[in-house]
Ligand binder design. Structure first.
Ligand SMILES: [Zn+2]
Ligand SMILES: [Zn+2]
Length: 133
């Protein structure tokens, strides 16, 4: 057992697995980060997820930052994420306080406070990137 309380069985190379030792859980994982993520579900640590796609974040500020990658920015190369003009994205974020986004394969709604935070973050970032003269 290591200092995090993770158990690494050493018998047999092929069965090298990480086991969750919380309660009688006994779930097995191949990768430490998967075990860690799973353990968070026991400890009540909240995972944050983007309501526009399926990305998960362990920290709310990372999640807020991520919404910027859904903004259609002039002269930027298109990336894999679906992107919308800022106003359209704001509308979509606001709508998910009532309905999950139909394009999101893992539907989720957010609170109006969360939506307000996301929109505020997007607007301040937009103003920083494209200051008005
Ligand atoms: Zn577990
Ligand atoms: Zn996203």
């Amino acid at each position: 057992m290591d200092s995090n309380g993770n158990y690494y069985p050493t018998n047999g190379l092929s069965s090298k697995k990480l086991v969750c030792n919380i309660g009688h859980c006994d779930k097995k994982f191949q990768r430490p980060e998967h075990l860690k993520r799973h353990k968070d579900t026991h400890s009540g640590v909240q995972n944050f997820h983007c309501v526009m796609c399926t990305k998960d974040f362990q920290r709310n500020d990372n999640c807020l930052e991520h919404y910027w990658t859904h903004v259609q920015v002039p002269h930027h190369k298109p990336k894999r994420n679906p992107r919308w003009p800022l106003e359209e994205l704001e509308r979509r974020v606001q709508r998910t306080t009532r309905f999950p986004d139909p394009a999101n394969s893992r539907p989720a709604t957010i609170s109006t406070e969360e939506a307000a935070k996301i929109i505020e973050k997007l607007r301040s970032k937009w103003e920083k990137e494209f200051p008005r003269e």
